[in-house]
Design a protein. Structure first.
Length: 158
């Protein structure tokens, strides 16, 4: 799990992105601050959609560490019997650091987003297109159009 900086109204905002060991993006969240409440909100959202992981590799961010410790306390209180192992080893985050390139390639030419909501919507589109290119939404052998159609059917059920 790592974050990258995105400019909104001339100020840095934080795009949190966990990537699985296979290189697939698991979730993402744009937040204005890098603090405990933002980290806790992000981990709650990611665990709610993808389940409790065995371990998470983070950088030396104190907010992410505090957020994961808070999640571990909640997991103990609920009695799941699972605790997330927290690893702060820099070289294990290299896959994720390289995965930021596709966002920076697109947003790097922009000076800044004008509004937070438009930045969120644009980044959701960029991330979704990247997930489709990586084949995360379809069965193996599906082309990007079939994956896009499956995603649209999932998001807008008839």
């Amino acid at each position: 799990m790592d974050e990258t900086y995105i400019m909104v109204k001339g100020k840095s905002t934080y795009l949190d992105r966990p990537v699985g060991r296979d290189g697939h993006t698991l979730d993402f969240l744009l937040s204005e601050r890098r603090d405990l409440s933002a980290a806790r909100r992000f981990f709650k959202r990611a665990i709610g959609t993808k389940g409790v992981p065995d371990r998470i590799v983070i950088n030396k961010s104190s907010a992410n560490l505090a957020g994961l410790k808070a999640v571990n306390v909640i997991l103990k209180l609920v009695g799941t019997g699972r605790i997330i192992k927290i690893l702060q080893i820099k070289y294990l985050n290299n896959i994720l650091e390289q995965d930021h390139r596709f966002i920076k390639r697109i947003t790097g030419r922009m000076l800044s987003f004008r509004a937070f909501h438009s930045a969120t919507a644009t980044l959701e589109g960029i991330e979704t297109a990247h997930m489709i290119r990586n084949g995360q939404f379809g069965a193996t052998g599906w082309n990007p159009f079939q994956q896009s159609a499956k995603l649209a059917a999932y998001l807008c059920p008839a």
